[in-house]
Design a protein around this ligand. Structure first.
Ligand code: ADP
Ligand code: MG
Length: 364
């Protein structure tokens, strides 16, 4: 049995010339945790992963595996296994040779290798493919071979760099479920890089959301979804996305008035607690998820006109015109609505999030 380790990144910086790819990153991954690095293209995910693997050398900072400082250790001293987007299988080797390769370079004897390859390929349901070459495999099969090869010697750490992005939608979902099951079963500490928020939410125990080489938020999928700590995270996570509408705020006795460009909403102060005094001159962003907006029968609620109705399957996405803003809401069922119909809407005030426009920070 492999030991399960924790990973600590301490003030990690990586520069390529003038480009700061990783700009002072700190996090602590617990032993056995499935940790996702999520962010748009170019935000430094791959570089961070390569630093952990030892494929890049840190400009500043420290990487610890438990109590061991691995910052300047060679990749092979770190005992990590990495799976890339393109799987990087050896084209001239059979599936069996590919899977057995990490053992061969570790000078394990042939019988032992054969036994391990057999066991691992059974786990990944690819026992029938062992004699094939990679070009005789489907994308999903190649991906399983890459996973089997990464896992055959039970590494201390598992590193994934967008391993599902080359698969079609159905296969991506199946592989995702498989990975989730597999990682929980083995309990190997895992870092998973993706630009796909739904993948991070589905797989990870915790997610670090990155932008421009810096961490914007670290939290469980539920925390980053329900309580995005800044407007970038709010916008990046969720599908359909969160409604984020520019507004001004005004303190009015027992209420907070939210002034949108052509309409206003009054929210009782006991429903929305701001941690900063309101600045009348400042621009704010009003955030609410589509599932927290409702059609209302009450004439005094916010007036809107239905702009579009899209059937998503289990839910329906309704886009409304409110003044000159658009608001999305999701409905569990396809109720009787028509385009251009006039309806009232209301918000679940507990789920309203207010951000400062300039800094992007959450103030409630
Ligand atoms: P991500 O994986 O999130 O898309 P990367 O870690 O690949 O982002 O890249 C982060 C930044 O570092 C980008 O601006 C990228 O162009 C730059 N970068 C990455 N690798 C190199 C390199 N070897 N040389 C120069 N710049 C690099
Ligand atoms: Mg990348």
């Amino acid at each position: 049995m492999t030991e399960v380790i924790g990973i600590n990144l301490d003030s990690l910086v990586k520069k390529f010339g003038n480009v700061i790819a990783v700009n002072n990153i700190n996090f602590n991954i617990k032993p056995g945790e499935f940790f996702a690095l999520l962010g748009p293209s170019g935000c430094g995910k791959t570089t961070t992963l390569r630093l952990v693997a030892g494929l890049e050398e840190a400009t500043e900072g420290r990487i610890m595996f438990d109590d061991e400082d691995v910052t300047y250790k060679e990749p092979k001293e770190r005992d990590v296994a990495m799976v890339f987007q393109d799987y990087a299988l050896y084209p001239h080797m059979t599936v069996a040779e590919n899977i057995g390769y990490p053992l061969k370079v570790r000078k394990i004897n042939k019988n032992e290798i054969r036994k391990k390859v057999k066991e691992t390929s059974k786990q990944f349901k690819i026992s029938n493919l062992l004699e094939r070459k990679p070009n005789q495999l489907s994308g999903g099969q190649q991906q399983r071979v890459a996973l089997a090869r990464a896992l055959v010697h039970q590494p201390k750490v598992f590193l994934f760099d967008e391993p599902l992005s080359n698969l079609d939608a159905r296969l991506r979902l199946e592989s995702r479920t498989f990975l989730k099951h597999f990682q929980s079963e083995l309990g190997i500490t895992t870092i998973y890089v993706t630009h796909d928020q739904s993948e991070a939410l589905a797989l990870a125990d915790r997610i670090a959301v990155l932008k421009d080489g810096q961490i914007r938020q670290i939290g469980t999928p539920r925390e980053v979804y329900e309580n995005p700590s800044d407007s970038f995270v709010a916008d990046f996570i969720g599908d359909p996305p969160m409604n984020l509408i520019d507004c001004k705020l005004e303190d009015n006795k027992d209420n907070i008035e939210i002034h949108f460009p052509e309409t206003s909403v009054s929210i009782p102060k006991n429903k929305i607690k701001l941690n900063k005094p309101i600045d009348l001159m400042k621009d704010y962003i009003f955030g609410i998820r589509p599932e927290n907006v409702f059609i209302s029968e009450n004439e005094s609620d916010i007036k809107s006109e239905i702009y579009a109705i899209e059937t998503l399957g289990a839910t329906t996405l309704v886009t409304l015109q409110v003044g000159n803003s658009r608001v999305r809401l999701t409905l569990e069922r396809n109720i009787d609505l028509e385009i251009e119909q006039l309806v009232q809407i209301k918000f679940d005030y507990n789920m309203v999030r207010i951000y400062e426009k300039e800094s992007g920070s959450l103030i409630n």
